[in-house]
Write a protein that binds this ligand. Structure first.
Ligand code: F6P
Length: 323
C-alpha cells in the first residue's frame, strides 16, 4: 500500500505529530509513505515525495507543518479536484490522509466523490469541526490566548485599565469563550450569542465605580460587535476605564504543541492509518469522550458545531454580568 499525507488550510500546532503518527503507523504495516507539499496546491502540481523514517525525526514537538500548507483557490474548482485526483493516480497512491479543518475536509470529500480513497484528520485551532469534540491545535492555541490574557491582566491591574483582547476563531467563539472562562475575564463576546452592549457598559461602569483594578473583555474575531468597536465604546464613555486593544492574532497558530495536542494528534493519526487498513474511506477520525471514532465526511462537512449555551451562561454568571 502507498499512502500519501497532506496538511491543508491554517496550520495548527500538532499537525507534525499527526503526520508522524500516520507515517509511523503506516511503516508499522510495511506501507510506503509519501508527503504532499503545501496542501492541495502541491497535490495539483504533483509535488508528492517519499517520506522515510529519518524524515520524521525531531518533528513531534514542532509547531507549524513540515509539509507546508496552503488554502488553494484552484483546488476549490471541479477542474482542480480532477487534476489533483489524477496526480495521485500518476504516482500510484492508493490512499490519502488529509489533515486540516473544514475547508480541507470538504476538499477531502470532493476527492472521495472522484473515487479517491481518503481519510480525514481534524486539525484547526478554531475548534469548529463538526463531529469531533476537539481538533488538533485547539488546546495549544487556547493556552496561548490564555497566556496573553494573564499577561494583559497584570498590566491592566497595575494601570487600572480595561483591556479588550481579540482572539482567533473565524466564525467560532470557542477560543474566546474558553480563554475568557479560564482567564477570569469580565466579558466574552462571541459570534454565536447576541452581544448586550448596554449590559456590558453597565458592568464596566459598576466595576469601575467599585474600584475593580482591571476589566478584561475577550472578543472573538468573528463576533458581531468587534474588538475595535468595544474599545472605542469604552474610551468614548465618560467616567470609566481607560481602555487598550490587543489583537493576539497569528501568535495563536504557532508554538510548541501542548501534551494534549501531541497525544490527540498521535491518536488520530494512528486511527487514520487503522481506518485505511480496514478499507475505510470518506470518513474523519474524531474524538468523542474517551474514544476515537469514525464520522462520515458528509456529516462533518454538512454540519455546524454549536457553542455550548450552558458554558456561555456560566461565563456570564462567573463574570457577574447583569441580566
Ligand atoms: O482557521 C484558522 C484561522 O487562524 C482562523 O482563526 C483565522 O480566522 C484564519 O485562520 C486566519 O487565516 P490566515 O492565516 O489566512 O490569515
Amino acid at each position: 500500500m502507498r499512502v500519501a499525507v497532506l496538511t491543508s488550510g491554517g496550520d495548527a500546532p500538532g499537525m507534525n505529530a499527526a503526520v508522524r503518527a500516520v507515517a509511523r503507523a503506516a511503516f508499522f504495516r510495511d506501507w510506503e509513505v509519501f508527503g504532499v507539499r503545501d496542501g492541495y496546491r502541491g497535490l495539483l502540481e504533483g509535488r508528492i515525495y517519499p517520506i522515510d523514517r529519518r524524515g520524521l525525526g525531531g518533528i513531534l514537538h514542532r509547531g507549524g507543518t513540515i509539509l507546508g500548507t496552503e488554502r488553494s483557490v484552484e483546488f476549490a474548482t471541479p477542474e482542480g479536484q480532477r487534476q489533483a485526483a489524477g496526480r495521485l493516480e500518476e504516482v500510484g497512491i492508493d490512499a490519502l490522509v488529509v489533515i486540516g479543518g473544514n475547508g480541507s475536509l470538504t476538499g477531502a470529500l470532493r476527492l472521495v466523490e472522484l473515487g479517491v480513497s481518503v481519510v480525514g484528520v481534524p486539525a484547526s485551532i478554531d475548534n469548529d469541526v463538526c463531529g469531533t469534540e476537539a481538533a488538533i491545535g485547539v488546546d495549544t492555541a487556547l493556552n496561548t490566548a490564555l497566556q496573553a490574557i494573564d499577561r494583559l491582566k497584570d498590566t491592566a491591574s497595575s494601570h487600572h485599565r480595561a483591556h479588550v483582547v481579540e482572539v482567533m476563531g473565524r466564525d467560532c467563539g470557542y477560543l474566546a469563550l474558553m480563554s475568557a472562562i479560564a482567564g477570569g475575564a469580565e466579558a466574552a463576546i462571541v459570534p454565536e450569542f447576541e452581544p448586550r452592549p448596554e449590559a456590558l457598559l453597565l458592568h464596566i461602569k459598576k466595576a469601575y465605580d467599585q474600584g475593580k483594578s482591571h476589566f478584561i473583555v475577550v472578543v472573538a474575531e468573528g463576533a458581531p460587535l468587534s474588538a475595535e468597536e468595544i474599545h472605542e465604546y469604552i474610551n468614548g464613555t465618560e467616567g470609566t476605564y481607560d481602555a487598550r486593544l490587543t489583537v493576539v492574532g497569528h501568535i495563536q497558530r504557532g508554538g510548541i504543541p501542548t501534551a494534549y495536542d501531541r497525544i490527540l494528534a498521535s491518536r488520530l493519526g494512528t486511527a487514520a492509518a487503522q481506518a485505511l487498513a480496514d478499507g475505510d474511506s470518506g470518513t474523519m477520525v474524531a474524538v468523542r469522550g474517551d474514544a476515537i471514532e469514525r464520522v462520515p465526511l458528509q456529516e462533518v462537512v454538512g454540519g455546524e458545531r454549536e457553542l455550548d449555551p450552558e458554558l456561555y451562561k456560566m461565563a456570564e454568571v462567573l463574570a457577574e454580568l447583569p441580566e
